[in-house]
Design a protein around this ligand. Structure first.
Ligand SMILES: N[C@@H](CCC(=O)N[C@@H](CS)C(=O)NCC(=O)O)C(=O)O
Length: 197
């Protein structure tokens, strides 16, 4: 399979983390969002939404949406809980990640760290939304090592993807110690570097 992704994107790194964890072979094609490379006619032919990640499977063709791709790659592996209710809880966190988490932390990071927007150019609601997201995660992780059950699942992979870049969004994880500890644990378990030194 070929992964079309931008290495600065947590959504794209989710796919890489799962493929690496499962030992799945792939070619990585770097597509720069900042250079507008997701808007070329060739790219739009693969994903009319003009977004990375996209994975092109030799037999089946292109698949977009990071969480859909992770779920496809991780079928029948221990990254998806066997127990039906735990699996539903994993989906609960995956949907929350896309609707509430990514739309806060990833967006604030992109605007502050990559687009270098000044504070008056940034949606004033965003920092508060990020703080609520991190507080919710911190409270959930107070008594848990993982988001669902007692081992790593796609919920952890999805949520760590942008949480580990919180500092680039100007958010201080020291205020959310359980989140900070969990981020480092998941990074270690995925065998990836600590994004925040
Ligand atoms: N819900 C999508 C979001 C994908 C997304 O927002 N991709 C961004 C990079 S993180 C992108 O390609 N942006 C380029 C654009 O919208 O022009 C997913 O999870 O894959």
């Amino acid at each position: 399979m070929t992964i079309y992704g931008d290495s600065i994107s947590g959504n794209c790194l989710k796919v890489k983390f799962v493929a690496d964890r499962l030992g799945l072979p792939y070619d990585w094609v770097e597509v720069s969002v900042l250079k507008g490379e997701t808007r070329t006619p060739e790219f739009l032919g693969m994903n009319p939404a003009g977004q990375v990640p996209v994975v092109v499977f030799a037999d089946d063709g292109p698949l977009a949406q990071s969480n859909a791709i992770m779920l496809h790659l991780a079928q029948n592996t221990d990254l998806i809980p066997e127990d039906a209710f735990d699996r539903a809880l994993m989906f609960q966190w995956l949907f929350w990640e896309q609707y509430s988490h990514e739309t806060a932390i990833a967006v604030l990071r992109f605007h502050r760290f990559y687009l270098k927007k000044t504070e008056d150019q940034i949606d004033p609601a965003l920092p508060g939304k990020c703080a609520r997201v991190l507080a919710l995660m911190n409270s959930h992780l107070e008594t848990r090592q993982y988001f669902v059950g007692s081992k790593l699942s796609l919920a952890d992979v999805a949520l760590v993807a942008y949480t580990r870049f919180s500092h680039q969004a100007g958010l201080d994880l020291k205020q959310y110690p359980h989140v900070r500890t969990w981020v480092r644990r998941i990074e270690d378990e995925l065998n990836i570097e600590h994004a925040e030194p």
